[in-house]
Write a protein that binds this ligand. Structure first.
Ligand code: SF4
Length: 471
């Protein structure tokens, strides 16, 4: 007794990650370390395209960065500029044909392209493009953008890119690489993070700033909402915008769960925001308890904040096996059900006879919470109170996170009291939406999965997510 398996399907799964390099010697090696630092954002597949100023070369494969790339493969990817991608399949499904970056050949010039996020009008655009003669190689949203660029058939590439971006609705951070330029593009709602760093006279671009630390780069600035940043192989940089109206709608879940604690998102360190969320949670929903424990790993910072604010000592009440990690998350539900499990063990000598408050970052389906609480009680805890460092997730996300229906979300289907009863907690509380804004020190961000108010038009997605009309 004392050990549980829990499937990652009971958490929001990460989106993808992108990394770009320009004017840095041996760009593929820098890329390798950059992608490695972003590995938590996806484990299904990864790829790199490099340019030596004359030709674009590509290698991609299924699995982790260190499974797909070795010294020999990296040496074959010559050049001083590169784009790379790590993938968790949010839309389009799994398989090598959907692993990015994609390489496109066109009479106006070849280019590589990769993307983090999700295009909500992809079905409409795909149909439109197919009617006009486009043939798709994959089911990925990224290819839609490439076909839109090609379709506009302008001699001025930046104008073609602007027109294509204006047709997209949703969340995206795109990187495109030609023989001599890197294009960096962020959606006008700035839902997905994307930052610029400087390295040895050249530049790097990353979904998260933790990768700058990994490659020795210095943070310069975030890419702005609606911005197209173009950096050429001589080091010239120009900034342009595809949209006049732009918005600050950064995804709240980046702070709560997705991003690494050592990353900074738009000026706020992720660990600090989580710790502050823990403090606010302790103020909003105090509880009489003997110890604070947490669900490893992304709840650690919130538990520290909760303990500091409440004065309840923090203890190591749950241990996660070191050797079973985020090794290979399978993209399909069927594969996930069979797939990799993570093991957690309660520590009986810590929790026995104690009133325990356990901190978790979020509840999606609730199955894990119930198993954890049952085990802590079986290990001798007299009471288990659960405090969650995100608001209740009551709506699906359409911006690159794999919750697609209301039915999957326990807080959409049940009242707070019902959820408490289902997961066997003695009490259950979530941080408020106002509280999470305060924790992230910003008034504007996407909180749609908590509020149901989406920052973009969502086309047919909401109806699809509610097929049986219950919600
Ligand atoms: S709906 Fe939720 S997970 Fe999706 S972008 Fe908004 S805050 Fe992030």
């Amino acid at each position: 007794m004392g050990e549980i398996d829990f499937l990652y399907q009971d958490k929001f799964n990460e989106e993808c990650g992108v990394f770009g390099v320009i004017n840095v010697k041996n760009a593929s090696e820098v890329m390798y370390y950059g992608l490695h630092a972003l590995q938590h954002r996806g484990q299904e597949g990864c790829g790199i395209i490099t340019s030596d100023n004359k030709t674009l070369k590509q290698v991609k494969g299924l699995g982790l960065v260190n499974n797909v790339f070795n010294e020999k493969v990296l040496a074959s990817l010559e050049g001083d500029s590169a784009i790379g991608h790590i993938r968790y399949s949010t839309s389009g499904g799994g398989g090598i044909e959907n692993v990015q970056p994609f390489l496109f050949r066109h009479h106006t010039g070849n280019f590589g392209l990769c993307h983090n996020g999700n295009i909500v009008n992809s079905r409409e655009l795909r149909r439109f493009l197919e009617i006009h003669g486009s043939i798709f190689q994959s089911t990925s949203d990224t290819e839609i953008f490439a076909h839109l660029i090609k379709k506009d058939n302008q001699t001025n590439r930046v104008e073609a890119i602007k027109q294509a971006l204006n047709r997209l609705e949703g969340a995206f951070a795109f990187l495109a690489l030609t023989e001599d330029k890197l294009y960096v593009m962020r959606d006008k709602n700035s839902l997905r993070p994307l930052s610029l760093g400087k390295l040895n006279g050249g530049y790097v671009v990353s979904s998260e700033t933790c990768a700058f630390e990994a490659v020795g780069a210095k943070f310069v600035r975030d890419i702005l909402p609606g911005e197209i940043l173009i950096i050429d192989n001589k080091g010239n940089m120009t900034s342009d915008f595809y949209a006049k109206k732009t918005y600050n709608n950064m995804c709240a879940m980046e702070y709560i769960y997705f991003s690494r604690p050592d990353s900074d998102i738009e000026g706020m360190n992720v660990h600090k925001s989580r710790k502050e969320a823990g403090r606010i949670l302790a103020k909003e929903s105090p509880v009489d308890a003997d110890i604070v424990i947490w669900v490893p790993d992304s709840s650690t910072s919130a538990a520290l904040g909760f303990s500091e604010e409440s004065g309840i000592p923090i203890e190591l009440g749950l241990i996660k096996s070191r050797y079973i990690g985020r090794t290979f998350i399978q993209p399909s539900q069927a594969m996930r059900e069979k797939g990799v499990k993570m093991k957690l063990s309660p520590v009986p000598s810590i929790v026995k006879g104690k009133r325990v408050v356990i901190i978790d970052d979020s509840i999606v389906r609730g199955t894990t919470s119930k198993k954890i609480i049952d085990l802590i009680k079986a290990a001798g805890a007299t009471e288990v109170h659960m405090r969650i460092a995100s608001p209740q997730i009551t709506h699906p996300c359409f911006y690159g996170v794999d919750t697609s229906t209301f039915d999957e979300l326990i807080c959409a289907r049940h009242s707070l009291e019902e959820v408490r009863d289902i997961i066997h907690a003695d009490s259950l509380e979530f941080i408020s939406i106002d509280g999470i804004h305060k924790a992230c020190n910003r008034t504007k961000m996407c909180v749609s999965c908590f509020s149901g108010k989406y920052p973009t038009h969502v086309y047919r997605e909401l109806d699809e997510a509610n097929k049986d009309g219950k919600f």
